[in-house]
Design a protein around this ligand. Structure first.
Ligand code: M6R
Length: 606
C-alpha cells in the first residue's frame, strides 16, 4: 500500500526519487518523504499530505545525493502525522522506508526500548531502523547485517535501508510486499512497482518472497530466503507510457470512464480471435478440464467475479464460488468439487488476493490470474494468465479495469461453454458477435454525464441511499453502492431486490433514494414488484432501465433509459451510469475524486 523507491549511482537522487514517488502515489498519499546520503551526511525531508507538499518543500533545499530512498505512505500503524511519515531515522546513521506490516513490532519495540532506543513515531516500521543500529554493533558486512535484521522480523514487508556505515549500498528485502530492482547504465534503482523506475530503465529484476539484496551502483547481489546467492532473471519491461496525463479531462476517473470502449476492444482482442476462440491463457483441452471454479478477489474485482458466476454457470454449466479474498484462507474452504482458482485483480498485487491464490495453489487447484498489470506478483505466480487490457488505471476507483474484467470473464464463460459442449459453436459465435457491439453501446452512455447531473445534485445532499438489482445486475448494484460511498462518502448499500422484504425494507423512509437496475429479462416483473414495495413505503425510485421495460415503471422519480441489449451485455451497460453518478455526486460534493480519503489504489497489506 505504501510505495518505496531507492537510487544509487550517477544522477541526482533527489530528482530521481521524487519522479519515482510521483508514479507511486497511487499506492498511498497520506504522507511522503525522502532521505539522501552524501558522503558523511544524511538529509531527510518529509511532508504530510499529497506528494506535492514534499516537492514544494524540496524546492527550498539545495541538497543532492548519490544514493537515497523515498516513500509514499498509506497509514496502517499510527495516524497521518509528520512523525509517522517515512523515512524513519535511527541514531542519525540509519534510515529506513517500509511497505507492509511488522507483526511482531510490539515485542521488538519493548526489547529495543529496554536497550535504550528512543521511539518517536507510532509506526511498526520504526523498529527496523533501531534493529539495524543494534545489529551494526555485531555485523560489519551489509549482507550479514541485513540477514540478522530480517531474522528478527515477522510479517509482510518491502524495505529499503541506507546507512553511513555502508555508503555504497542500498539494503533491500521483500516478503509478501512487491519489490523490483532496476538496472541502469551507471546506477541501480529499487521500487515497489517497475513503473516508478520507467524513466530510468526498462531492465528489471523482480525479487521473490524472502529475497534480500545489496544494491550498488554497478549491480545487485541477491540472496534467497535460505541465504544462497542467486541469479534472478532480468526482464525488459514495456516502454514507459510516460507519466499518464489527464488528457484534458478534469480527473483521471472521468478520463478512464471515457476509455472504456477501448478497454473492452483491447481486452477482447487479447482474449479471443476474431471468431471468438480463446487465444489467451488456456487451450481448448485445458478449458475442458475446468469442472469447478473459485473466484478470489477483493472490492470491485470481487463484484466482477460475482457477475461472472451467473455467466459461467448459465453458459458453461460449471459450478462457481466467489470468495472475498481476505476471508478465504482462514476458514478451511472445501475445494474437492473445484479444479481452478481464478484470482481477479487489477493491480495483480492485492495482498489478500495473492495470499488467497497461494492458498488455493496449496489445496491443489490450478490457478489463473486475471490481471491488468503484466509482471505483477499474481501474474508471475499463477499457472496461467488471462489479461485485461485496460491500460494504466490511475484513479483510485476502479472503472475501466472493472469493465475489462467483465469483458475477459464473459469471453471466458463463452469459451468454457464452447469447449465443454454446453454451448454449440453457433451459440458461442453469436454471443461473441454480440460482445463486439459492446464498445459502441458503452460509448452511447457518455451522454449520461449531462442527464445525471441533477440526480447527482440531489444525491450529494442525502446521507444514505440504496442500490437494488437482481440476477447479474445484483453485483452491479453492489458496485454502484461501492463507487458512491468510496467517492462521495455518501452511505450506500447494495441489495438483491428480492431480498428487501427480508429485512432491509425497514430502512426505507420518506425520500430515501433507491437506485434501481432493471434489465429486459424474465425477472423484470419481479424486480418491478420489489421496487413498487419500496416506493409504497416512501422511497424515491431512481431507475436505470433497458429502454423496452423503462415505461413499465411509472412510479420512478427519475428514469434513465439505457440501450436494449442481450442479458449478458446488461451488466456492462448498467455499470457506466453507476460510475458516472458516483463521479458527478463526488464532484458536486467537492471530494477528491482521484484520491478519495483513506484509500489507496493497490492494497498490499492484510
Ligand atoms: O487491484 P485489485 O483489483 O486487486 O484491487 C481490489 C480492490 O482493492 C479495488 O477493486 C477497490 O475496491 C477499488 N477501490 C474499487 O473502486
Amino acid at each position: 500500500m505504501c510505495g518505496i523507491v531507492g537510487h544509487i549511482g550517477t544522477g541526482d537522487s533527489a530528482d530521481i526519487l521524487l519522479e519515482g514517488l510521483k508514479r507511486l502515489e497511487y499506492r498511498g498519499y497520506d504522507s511522503s518523504g525522502i532521505a539522501l546520503l552524501n558522503g558523511d551526511s544524511i538529509f531527510v525531508e518529509k511532508a504530510v499530505g499529497k506528494l506535492k507538499n514534499l516537492t514544494d518543500k524540496m524546492a527550498q533545499h539545495t541538497v543532492s545525493g548519490t544514493s537515497g530512498i523515498g516513500h509514499t505512505r498509506w497509514a496502517t500503524h499510527g495516524g497521518v502525522t509528520h512523525l509517522n511519515a517515512h523515512p524513519h531515522t535511527s541514531s542519525d546513521n540509519v534510515v529506513v522506508v517500509h511497505n507492509g506490516i511488522i507483526e511482531n513490532y510490539r515485542e521488538l519495540r519493548e526489547t529495543l526500548s529496554a536497550q535504550g532506543y528512543h521511539f518517536v513515531s507510532d509506526t511498526d516500521s520504526e523498529v527496523i531502523g533501531h534493529l539495524v543500529v543494534e545489529k551494526l554493533k555485531t555485523y560489519d558486512k551489509p549482507a550479514a547485517l541485513l540477514r540478522a535484521v530480517l531474522e528478527e522480523l515477522d510479517g509482510a514487508y518491502a524495505l529499503a535501508i541506507i546507512t553511513k556505515d555502508f555508503p555504497d549500498c542500498l539494503l533491500v528485502a521483500r516478503n509478501a510486499s512487491p519489490l523490483a530492482i532496476g538496472v541502469g547504465e551507471d546506477a541501480c534503482f529499487v521500487a515497489s512497482d517497475a513503473m516508478a523506475m520507467s524513466e530510468q530503465t526498462r531492465r528489471v529484476i523482480y525479487l521473490k518472497d524472502n529475497d534480500y539484496a545489496i544494491i550498488r551502483q554497478e549491480g545487485a547481489e541477491i540472496y534467497d530466503g535460505d541465504h544462497n546467492l542467486v541469479n534472478r532473471e532480468e526482464v525488459i519491461v514495456a516502454a514507459s507510457p510516460g507519466l499518464v496525463s489527464k488528457g484534458g479531462y478534469r480527473h483521471f476517473m472521468e478520463k478512464e470512464i471515457h476509455e472504456q470502449p477501448d478497454a473492452i476492444t483491447h481486452t477482447l482482442a487479447a482474449m479471443t480471435d476474431d471468431a471468438g476462440a480463446l487465444t489467451a491463457g488456456l487451450t481448448d483441452e485445458q478449458l475442458q478440464q475446468i469442472k469447478g471454479i473459485v473466484f478470489l478477489a477483493a472490492g470491485t474485482s470481487n463484484y466482477a467475479g460475482q457477475v461472472a458466476r451467473y455467466w459461467i454457470e448459465r453458459l458453461a454449466g460449471v459450478p462457481v464460488n466467489v470468495e472475498v479474498a481476505s476471508e478465504y484462507r482462514y476458514r478451511a474452504p472445501v475445494s474437492s468439487h473445484l479444479t481452478h482458482a481464478i484470482a481477479i485483480s487489477q493491480s495483480g498485487e492485492s495482498l489478500d488476493t495473492l495470499m488467497a491464490m497461494r492458498y488455493a495453489q496449496e489445496q491443489g487447484l490450478s490457478t489463473i490470474g486475471l490481471v491488468n498489470v503484466d509482471h505483477s506478483t499474481i501474474a508471475r505466480e499463477a499457472d496461467a494468465i488471462l489479461p485485461t487490457r485496460a491500460g494504466p488505471e490511475i484513479g483510485v476507483a476502479s472503472t475501466k479495469a472493472f469493465i475489462a474484467q467483465l469483458t475477459a470473464l464473459l469471453a471466458l464463460a463463452i469459451a468454457i461453454g464452447r469447449a465443454n459442449g454446453a454451448l454449440s459453436p453457433d451459440e458461442a459465435s453469436a454471443l461473441h458477435e454480440e460482445m463486439k457491439s459492446l464498445p459502441s453501446m458503452v460509448g452511447k452512455t457518455f451522454s449520461l454525464f449531462d442527464e445525471l447531473r441533477p440526480v447527482a445534485h440531489d444525491l450529494a445532499r442525502v446521507s444514505s441511499c440504496l442500490f437494488l438489482g437482481r440476477d447479474s445486475l445484483f453485483p452491479i448494484a453492489l458496485e454502484g453502492a461501492l463507487k458512491l460511498k468510496e467517492l462521495s462518502y455518501v452511505h450506500a448499500e447494495g441489495f438483491a431486490a428480492g431480498e428487501m422484504k427480508h429485512g432491509p425494507i425497514a430502512l426505507i423512509e420518506d425520500g430515501l433514494p433507491v437506485i434501481s437496475l432493471l434489465g429486459s429479462d424474465a425477472l423484470a416483473p419481479k424486480v418491478i414488484s420489489n421496487l413498487k414495495e419500496a416506493q409504497a413505503r416512501g422511497a424515491t425510485i431512481i431507475l436505470f432501465a433497458a429502454e423496452s421495460v423503462a415505461d413499465d415503471v411509472d412510479f420512478a422519480t427519475h428514469t434513465c433509459r439505457l440501450p436494449d441489449c442481450g442479458e449478458y451485455l446488461m451488466p456492462f451497460i448498467t455499470t457506466l451510469p453507476m460510475q458516472i453518478l458516483a463521479y458527478l455526486t463526488a464532484s458536486e460534493k467537492g471530494t477528491d475524486v482521484d484520491q478519495p480519503r483513506n484509500l489507496a489504489k493497490s492494497v498490499t497489506v492484510e
